[in-house]
Design a binder for this molecule. Structure first.
Ligand SMILES: [Zn+2]
Length: 237
């Protein structure tokens, strides 16, 4: 399976920066001339700020909108739908209504492929798990039947870099045993070349209010560097 076989792609995510889990695949698709659209459910304003003085919590919503637009420009994406739900509160939203909204976007975009999180949401974050479940439900209700891929942590990256980074930064913050997939068992595995990894790192660095804290620490820096080398997905539908 190559990125050029994925056709029109719709990425459905919970927070600004979640799209990074498929940034390399989406950037390659755009270079190929494929259409790529993103949906982001919240503005990520309940997340931690890397520096309260530079990026004050009370201004986080606007800051993350600006960062998201820079990150998407770095990937080459120009179509984004904000759903406008509360960060950390997706589980409390009226799922029928949200699924109907996502279904409408699927009907309008007619994607061949949807990217979202694997059902455990990588970090166990409730918003990640919820957006993954909603994506599946919305696609089922749509007459369009896209292939759905869930973004995963690789076992290799988790063992070598993720676990130590978790000890310092609690990156898989809602689980002690994150779901991981061996690279050889992935349904879609993308190894990024140097130019692609650099492009992805540029998108990642655009989310400065979230990411800059990691780069002051060798383990944090290493993890995200490896994060820009490989993307791994399992097929959900
Ligand atoms: Zn997230």
């Amino acid at each position: 399976m190559n990125v050029s076989d994925l056709g029109t792609i719709l990425g459905i995510w919970a927070h600004p920066d979640d799209e990074l889990w498929a940034a390399g695949a989406m950037a390659e698709a755009i270079k190929n001339g494929q259409r790529v659209v993103c949906v982001t459910a919240t503005k990520g304003d309940a997340g931690k700020t890397a520096n309260q003085q530079k990026w004050p919590q009370e201004k986080l919503s606007q800051i993350r909108v600006t960062e998201m637009s820079e990150a998407l420009s770095a990937i080459g994406i120009h179509e984004l739908h904000w759903l406008g739900y509360g960060d950390g509160k997706l589980i409390n939203a009226d799922s029928k209504k949200v699924v109907a909204r996502i279904k409408d976007i699927i009907d309008a975009v007619r994607p061949d492929t949807i990217f979202t999180f694997e059902p455990e949401g990588v970090s166990g974050h409730d918003d990640h798990k919820t957006i993954s479940a909603w994506s599946l439900m919305a696609a089922k209700e749509s007459a369009v039947r896209p292939v759905i891929y869930g973004a995963c942590e690789t076992t290799e990256r988790y063992e070598k870099f993720g676990r130590s980074c978790d000890d310092l930064f609690d990156i898989y913050f809602n689980t002690d045993n994150p779901f991981t997939v061996d690279e050889k068992h992935a349904d879609l595995l993308l190894k990024l070349n140097r130019a692609q990894a650099k492009q992805k790192m540029h998108a990642l660095r655009s989310h400065a209010s979230q990411m800059s804290a990691f780069f002051n620490n060798p383990a944090g820096k290493n993890y995200w560097k490896k994060f820009c080398d490989v993307e791994c997905f399992i097929r959900l539908a």
